[in-house]
Design a protein around this ligand. Structure first.
Ligand code: G3P
Length: 217
């Protein structure tokens, strides 16, 4: 399973990338705004740090303008995945850009039918938003399961990129279902390493090491 980090914060990306945990990065206009940086400049910097796909999102609403923006974003680096919204125009732009050999991440997916259309339009990734469905009392995980079943039924190669991940349980459930990728904020990825029994066990070992005078270097 691949881990993408959902942020445009350079320090956080560098730290996680150094651990070998990062297979790619996803950004969106809200994350770019939060970074306070220019989209082209920060995306270029991210692409110079991370080898895997870096999603950069268009801001146009009609297909022709999305295609023009997508081509511009794709010039930044070879590992750009053009992020397009799951609208009819977004699907048209997906078909054109994916036919040109560009990676495309179709985002803001909230139904299995939308995911089916994205796969037919040649998307490299489909991004179903788990947390935002949970926010309105729907089941984000059920959506991931449905997309997995549909893609497997027909052999679609589009990768399921579980997005809007808010908790470690979202990561676990996505892994159980067989999502190809999760994208999560840095804090959620780091939290995967935590367990209270690890902390308690380590505290005991440290106490005993001190009592025994253990020194290694
Ligand atoms: O990758 C999409 C993600 O950034 C959305 O997450 O938490 O804003 O719903 P959230």
């Amino acid at each position: 399973m691949k881990f993408f980090v959902d942020t445009a914060e350079i320090d956080a990306i560098k730290e996680l990338n150094d651990t070998g945990m990062v297979d790619g990065v996803t950004t969106n206009p809200s994350l770019i705004k939060k970074s306070g940086r220019d989209i082209l400049e920060v995306t270029r910097e991210i692409c110079s740090i991370v080898d895997g796909p870096v999603s950069a999102e268009v801001v146009a609403l009609n297909a022709d303008d999305m295609i023009a923006e997508g081509r511009e974003l794709a010039k930044i680096a070879e590992n750009i995945a053009v992020k397009l919204p799951l609208t009819w125009d977004g699907l048209k732009a997906c078909k054109v850009l994916s036919s040109e050999g560009k990676m495309v991440n179709v985002t803001l997916c909230f139904s299995a039918n939308q995911a089916l259309l994205a796969a037919k339009a040649g998307a490299t990734f489909i991004s179903p938003f788990i947390g935002r469905l949970d926010d309105i009392n729907l089941d984000g995980m059920e959506l991931i399961e449905d997309i997995r079943t549909i893609y497997d039924n027909f052999g679609f190669k589009t990768e399921i990129l579980a997005a809007s991940i808010r908790s470690v349980n979202h990561v676990l459930d996505s892994a159980r279902i067989g999502a190809d990728v999760i994208t999560a904020p840095p804090e959620v990825i780091k939290k995967l390493a935590s367990h209270p029994l690890t902390d308690a066990g380590l505290a005991t070992f440290m106490k005993d090491a001190e009592a025994a005078g253990i020194k290694i270097v």
